[in-house]
Design a protein around this ligand. Sequence first.
Ligand code: F6P
Length: 502
Amino acid sequence: MDADARLSHLRAQAGRVVRHPLQELIAVDPARAQDFSLRVGPIYVNFARQHYDREALAALFATADQAGARARLQAQFDGQKINLTEDRAVLHTSLRSDLSSAPVARDAHAQALQARVRMRELIDALTASEITDIVSVGIGGSDLGPRLAVDALSGPSPGRFRVHFLSNVDGHAAQRVLAGLDPRRTAAVLISKTFGTQETLLNGMILRDWLGGTERLYAVSANTQRAAETFAIPADRILPMWDWVGGRYSLWSAVGFPIALAIGMDAFEQMLAGAAEMDEHVLHTPLERNLAAWHALTAVWNRNALGYATQAVHAYDERLKLLSNYLQQLVMESLGKSVRTDGSPVGVETVPVWWGGAGTDTQHSFFQALHQGTSIVPSDFIGVVRSDAPFAENNRALQANLLAQTEAFANGQASDDPHRAYAGGRPSTTILLDALTPYSFGALLALYEHSVFLQSVVWGINAFDQFGVELGKQVASRLLPALAGEAQADDPVTRELLQQLR
Ligand code: F6P
């Protein structure tokens, strides 16, 4: 049975399930409140408020099994070249785990350990210097993970360094980041896997000029030669990256240098340890008790069986407010594909639009639409059991809101007044971290990574290339001469818009 046939089988399950509202499924099977939940280390996840039942779940697990999910996971961990279009292994797991005996995975792990030794040395040297501020220059996978981790894991009191992020090519971004910084006490880290990314090269040059030379410039790249040539950065200030790490899976590598500068190398390694616990669980646990498989199959169910076009993530912890930005790249760059690995069209919908924000702010912006709008938006709610903020009443209010929203989404509320009625039946998953630590944070991100991979396995697509971003880059570079007034644009609409810009 091919991927499309397997998924159409799921639609038949959905036809049966949707005759029963979510509220009814829970009422007739209250044990699902416990049975549809899993714990891995510091993470507890409850799927009881998803609009499926035990029979549908069995069909979902069978789908993953028929797609060869276990073997595909092993192939990934073993460093087989599963990124077929780029002929590359996908070994971000080797940056934090040593779970495979395959020589290529062992070798990758050894290289990762060596890079960590060098990271520690550079951090020690910077700590002993007069540097107070670090500007991390990068974009996409070379920015979003470190930016999220630094925001999530920096405590309330100042660390040894203030770490700032610069990604957008818009010069206002550089202006804002540099305002108030002292070039004599600032170092910059240029992060780019390819060292060919326009935004990072242009911003890197702004930093080099602003710093008055390359003395306080560092780089992280898989193209060390280009980093050395373009910016004259000496080899001992360049940390490695490798073609077996995808950009959006790279915060575990030296791309995490800004994270380690902000929270310390030991805490950074705790983050890797948390991810490693999730790796171990995902690789070795049968699908039916495998957290990443549940999460992935829930996404597949919502997309292919129930037909929901978007998926939200609501972080009920201010420190995770950038999580949805990070997940947008992780999920949508990985799964935004319409052909299968063999190049044939996918016969089903793939990635939904991912979006979200931080509760409770979001309740006062877009939650109205989620409660009463015409589109159903399945949601991941993420909460933290033990708060680190010393405001007990606020913390209780935050948790009450989290519980209330998931309950209200699922159960709704009848009313004679149609304006005041809530249909309910809005599915959600609740994810609780015992506390927000580098360890639990690492485990959470690894969970999403594995879920994304397993979704790609069910859909038969490659989660590790991103050719869709290339066309816009090519057109932009063709248009640069036109913007400088040295050429004309071919496209009539672009020509008119250029006229307006000039
Ligand atoms: O957005 C496209 C992309 O290639 C991402 O996949 C990547 O994370 C980002 O650009 C940055 O690339 P680099 O690290 O090579 O500068």
